[in-house]
Design a protein around this ligand. Sequence first.
Ligand code: ADE
Length: 232
Amino acid sequence: MKIGIMGAMHEEIVELQQDLELGYHIEKIGDLDFMIGKLYGREVVLVEGGIGKVNAALCASLLSHHFQVDALLFTGVAGALHSDINIADIVLGTELLEHDFDVTAFGYPLGKIPRMDVHAFPANPKLLEVAKKVGTRIFGEKHIFEGRILSGDQFVADLQKIQFLQETFDGYCTEMEGAAVAHVCHILGTPFLIIRSISDKANHDAQMDYPEFVKIAAKNSKKMIEGMLKET
Ligand code: ADE
């Protein structure tokens, strides 16, 4: 069983990288460094995929098709959309949706990708179950949320936009990669889970909160991956 682990940014994967067992090697594809080795005794391919949906889709495709991973875990930070979700809480994506996908001109609801069988891409239920168990054990039930995660090529820092995203899509948090990973995994048949730790509340303070809390959030995401690799 080989597990692909990706984050968008250095902060999101650096701690996992530090825990890779000695003797891992790097396979470079374009600008991407895929770290192949063992993490907490498990065979993994770890990579920093870059920010945004295109980077995420490319990276997820390579992990799935080239590296033939059996499951893909995405770890990173996100902006909360629900008022009861706080900074440092964890959101496990039950399903993922591209909130900036707009073919409403042809009568499709916002976020719907024409000619695809699903409106939002569902996560693997087994991975979700393990993550919930691990997250509840580490952080406590009150800090683990399961719900729809929204992705778009936008850093959201606007109250009106939060309200719009909540009302239109019932999103729990917003970020910039998860739905692209989910989209690719859905097509290629790779079981996946997107795990997000909250770094900001996607409001007018988001840019200020983000640098301060991104490190805490990234640490929490790392704890989740560690717990999951040890659990399964
Ligand atoms: N990642 C972390 N916070 C975010 C936000 N507010 N919008 C988009 N992506 C994010």
